[in-house]
Design a protein around this ligand. Structure first.
Ligand code: ZN
Length: 58
């Protein structure tokens, strides 16, 4: 199970970040935290799309 790098509590395996929501908000603030998560998810989705595309060619 994935763990928060800050407090060590378990976090969702599919999470794009390495810390829990509580620590993230504590560190960055709600607004910034949401923006970071959004950016990470977008980046991952783009990566998934590229991966899928490549696999389709092979
Ligand atoms: Zn934490």
């Amino acid at each position: 199970m994935k763990k928060c790098i800050d407090c060590g509590s378990g976090i969702d395996q599919g999470s794009v970040i390495d810390f829990c929501e509580r620590c993230g908000i504590q560190t960055f603030g709600r607004k910034m935290f949401d923006a970071i998560v959004q950016n990470m998810e977008n980046a991952r989705n783009n990566g998934d799309l590229l991966h899928t595309k490549k696999e389709g060619l092979e």
